[in-house]
Design a protein around this ligand. Structure first.
Ligand code: DC
Length: 244
């Protein structure tokens, strides 16, 4: 299956829409997706969690992240399930709940590395299309509006300056959490920049806004402002009669 972008693909009639949310790491996509899903009664699917789950399996099997053939071999024997919850997804890897483990820093870095491989992306895209094709979903990732659902009814690209994303993440993760002493605000910003570079510069499906996406830059916005703006974008489609 080709994962090449077909943004001009004719829009297919769905009873309920696909809301695509793309953007760099730490922009607040998950918070936005969870909010919109609750607000409009849609399922919330975090595609990054699928890349994370496969990356975890690669770690557990001691695979090189650059070895696409080995990664594909393991993918063909892997079942990844996303169970939408109110505040995010429960992630099942071959039936095991790995929701917490996939957020660890080693898996985060590995996910960004395994996600550059075209055949692996095609495998993921195929599953993501099956999950979302009937609509009524908010799907969040890097290539949802450009590749997975170029015909999505609503596309939002959420961006923010890396320093602001890093600062928000630093403030979120500190209270009461066990973090290695070497994790500082600047190390988080540095890690985000590295992931950004990989996500934006990879040859297959690089991170970028779809031509018809609404771009929201949250650098100088509060969370409430961002969520209100996103809700407005979806609501516009309701008012235009495109939701039903
Ligand atoms: O959204 P996240 O941070 O959980 O994503 C983890 C990694 O997976 C991210 O570095 C890039 C990759 N990813 C991707 O390439 N395409 C997607 N649709 C979602 C995530």
């Amino acid at each position: 299956m080709s994962t090449s972008s077909t943004e001009a693909a004719p829009r297919k009639k769905r009873e309920r829409p696909v809301i695509a949310i793309d953007g760099p790491a730490g922009a607040g996509k998950s918070t936005m997706a969870a909010h919109l899903a609750r607000r409009f009664g849609f399922l919330n699917l975090e595609t990054g969690a699928m890349y994370r789950a496969l990356a975890l399996k690669a770690i557990e099997n001691d695979l090189g992240f650059e070895d696409e053939a080995a990664l594909m071999d393991i993918a063909s024997r892997t079942k990844i399930r996303l169970e939408p919850q109110l505040e995010g997804n429960r992630v099942l890897l071959d039936g095991m709940d790995v929701s917490r483990r996939v957020r660890d820093t080693d898996v985060t870095a590995a996910a960004s590395q395994v996600s550059v491989h075209p055949r692996l992306r095609a495998w993921m895209v195929e599953q993501q299309r099956l999950l979302g094709d009937r609509g009524g979903v908010v799907m969040e990732g890097r290539d949802i509006g450009t590749v997975v659902f170029p015909d999505a009814e609503v596309k939002i690209f959420l961006d923010a300056a890396p320093e602001v994303r890093g600062n928000r993440r630093y403030r979120q993760t500190m209270p009461g959490e066990m973090v290695p002493a070497k994790v500082t605000e600047s190390s988080i910003v540095q890690e985000l920049k590295e992931r950004d570079a990989r996500d934006r510069n990879r040859v297959d499906s690089p991170l970028r806004p779809a031509e018809d996406a609404v771009v929201l830059d949250s650098t100088s916005m509060t969370l409430d402002e961002v969520l209100a703006a996103a809700e407005q974008v979806v609501r516009k489609h309701v008012e235009d009669g495109q939701l039903h």
